[in-house]
Design a protein around this ligand. Sequence first.
Ligand SMILES: NC(=O)c1ccc[n+]([C@@H]2O[C@H](COP(=O)([O-])OP(=O)(O)OC[C@H]3O[C@@H](n4cnc5c(N)ncnc54)[C@H](O)[C@@H]3O)[C@@H](O)[C@H]2O)c1
Length: 342
Amino acid sequence: MTPTRVCLIGAGRAGAVHAFNVRNHTADAEVLAVVDGDVERARALAAEVGGAGYATLADALAATALDAAVIATPTHTHRDLAVEAFAAGLHVLCEKPMALTAAECDAMSEAAQAAGRVLQIGFVRRFQPEFVEAKARVEAGEIGEVMMVKSLTRGPGLPPAWANDLALSNGMLAEVNSHCFDSVRWLADSEVVRVYAEVANRKGKKLGVESEGFYDNAVVSLRFANDALGAIDGVCPSEYGYDGRVEVVGTEGLISIGEVQGMPLLTALDRKRGTMRPVHKTWPERFSWGYVNEINAFVEAARGGEPSGPGGIDGKRAVEVVVAANRSWQEARPIKLAGATV
Ligand SMILES: NC(=O)c1ccc[n+]([C@@H]2O[C@H](COP(=O)([O-])OP(=O)(O)OC[C@H]3O[C@@H](n4cnc5c(N)ncnc54)[C@H](O)[C@@H]3O)[C@@H](O)[C@H]2O)c1
């Protein structure tokens, strides 16, 4: 069968991960176009993964036949690019956060539906083996009813400049903790009804970040419709490495997902210096299998298989809670989600 012809949009950090995974880890897909506003960047990545580089999606569509798009551009561009891709008949894997607002998410889902195409959102944890196993065990009732889900994401280094601007990204809760918001909802199997967030800006000044509303530490409390509770924390930059862990506490047990240690290696030094265990350094390393499984699930769905990944409603729910969490710290009070009765 002919390989699925992929257009990679956004040749930055996440785009490169997806592009190399299409080239190296999919059997039925190939990159035929790389699009980036910085066309030299697009051409440089295309030279490594295949296809040609273009400055816009319209240029790529005019030049070559395509089946699917992977959108890995800044959040504020997702809606327009997805709508354009669906109008051209492409299936879309869109990176998280799905968009800036619930209304933008709706526009994307409606465009997917009108075109009859797949819309998958890049919640990579749902494809990471230990998360998949944990979800199956929770669903099998091994730990009873879920009472509490805790999720943390801490990442080294500042994200790209656009992600520090609340207006373009919704800030760290969206850029870093979107994964947490999706994980706790997925594992609690319920919708968030109330959210309370505290944030702090600990390093912005030292790092020269002047964007209004910038924060680099956050804790969030959540209540779900089924009475489960959720807790999220985020730190970015965290100097010690990349850290993504989740705990699910049930009425009859605990499931703990992930660990700080990134490699099964222990270095025992002399007694004064003690021992060293390497931590995860980066997100592509921590979730390497998740990204491979994610792109394969997308390709399979684009080729007519059953969609198995998170879709528009999952992306929208995470965006709604992020927006409410930002309102919470801005107004210094808990926020009820629309339609919640608590
Ligand atoms: N799933 C994950 O774990 C993960 C990790 C990192 C980033 N992301 C997400 O991926 C997306 C991109 O983040 P990043 O860190 O790779 O950003 P980045 O800044 O490294 O790269 C973005 C690229 O998009 C290009 N671009 C901007 N606007 C464009 C447009 N309208 N058309 C074409 N190209 C455009 C930029 O020139 C840049 O090369 C974000 O949604 C981010 O949240 C997800």
